[in-house]
Design a protein around this ligand. Structure first.
Ligand code: PLP
Length: 361
């Protein structure tokens, strides 16, 4: 059996370093917002080439607190991809704004910049893009659009740690880059964690308040805040894993190359255009017989995933909130299948998967 992913196996090579870091924190006796968190914040900001990083509890909170910190007029329209993970849309709703869905480019799964002008309303104040599956969005066209219309750009980078467009890290194009370090992400903690990066000093300051009861000084509350702090243990784990992130990304990119060179052409492979440095959080391929193919390949001993089986506008939770037809999102959700691609797999695993796939008829 080839697993879709094994976190224990992915983390095993780092075990000594992780255990030493955990032990340092436990013995140190300071567990929430301390030295480990501020060190991780500077190290991650430096890795991305951003000025500030603010650790928070998870990726959803990174999005919610960023939108909140922008202080947009209540009920603003915010553009968002129709096929993103539900969290991006939830963040817009939870902050009192209205998601306007924009269809993706079917070849890249990412928001289609050509469709942005038609989606714009007089009430649109921001756009929240997702660099889905580890592939950067078309930041040249998107930045032009954002500047032309004076919009705030928020990047959902939960799947794109280290992904670059034209050499620039995702998360540094907009006013806020929102990261999740959920254990399965390319940079994953040993539990929940998240962060926002920004070059805007005022926004950074507001976020440092918002994540901690609206307070930066103990018992002095300047804003209506939340409790969304990053803990020392997770920060220490992330500092270890950040040191190995480039190596892990190279590994995934090498596995992706094997897929590109060996998969049969009846599967539609991810499209890579110029200027895109894709970190392959997910290797998503497409086929009209997805469900049949998926159960067949499971019988051959290979576990896969679907990202995602139900598009956001078809979710029960979104009834009466997201209306309309989104045929491209629906098509992607009906045809996508994610093949194994993780630090716990090696080249032989991927060759084996490709050989098995060739036999499907
Ligand atoms: C994982 C993910 C999130 C949410 O992150 P959590 O840490 O689970 O809250 C948000 N957006 C996208 C695109 C994701 O993949």
């Amino acid at each position: 059996m080839i697993e879709y992913e094994s976190l224990a196996k992915s983390n095993a090579p780092l075990m000594e370093e992780l255990e030493a870091a955990a032990s340092r924190v436990i013995r140190g006796g300071w567990y929430v917002l301390g030295q480990e968190v501020s060190s991780f914040e500077s190290e991650f900001a430096e890795y991305l080439g951003a000025k500030h990083c603010i650790g928070v509890a998870n990726g959803l909170d990174a999005l919610i607190l960023s939108i909140e910190a922008l202080d947009l007029p209540k009920g603003s329209d915010i553009l968002v991809a129709s096929n993103t993970y539900i969290a991006t849309i939830l963040a817009i709703i939870r902050t009192g704004h209205r998601p306007i869905l924009v269809e993706p480019d079917i070849e890249t799964f990412n928001i289609d910049p050509l469709l942005l002008p038609a989606a714009l309303t007089s009430n649109t104040r921001a756009i929240c893009i997702t660099h889905l599956f580890g592939k950067p969005c078309r930041m040249d066209a998107i930045s032009t659009f954002v500047n032309e219309h004076g919009l705030k750009l928020i990047e959902d980078c939960a799947q794109s740690h280290g992904a670059k467009f034209a050499g620039q890290m995702t998360g540094t194009f907009g006013v806020a880059g929102c990261f999740s370090f959920y254990p399965t992400k390319n940079l994953g903690a040993i539990g929940d964690a998240g962060a926002v990066v920004t070059n805007d000093e005022e926004l950074a300051d507001r976020l440092r308040h918002l994540r901690n009861y609206g307070s930066k000084q103990k018992y002095v509350n300047e804003y209506i805040g939340s409790n969304s702090r990053l803990d020392e243990l997770q920060a220490a784990m992330l500092r270890v894993k950040l040191r190995h992130l480039n190596k892990m990304t190279d590994h995934k990119r090498a596995l992706a190359d094997i897929y590109f060179n060996n998969l049969p052409n009846w599967l539609t492979l991810p499209r890579i255009r110029d200027n895109e440095y894709d970190v392959f959080h997910i290797f998503g391929v497409r086929n009209d017989r997805r469900d049949e193919f998926r159960s067949w390949i499971l019988d051959q001993g290979i576990k896969t995933e679907v990202h995602y089986p139900i598009p956001p506008h078809k979710q029960a939770a979104m009834k009466n909130i997201l209306n309309g037809h989104y045929p491209i999102a629906e098509n992607l959700h009906a045809t996508e299948i994610s093949l194994p691609i993780s630090f716990s797999h090696n080249g032989e695993d991927i060759i084996k998967i490709c050989k098995i796939i060739e036999k499907f008829e």
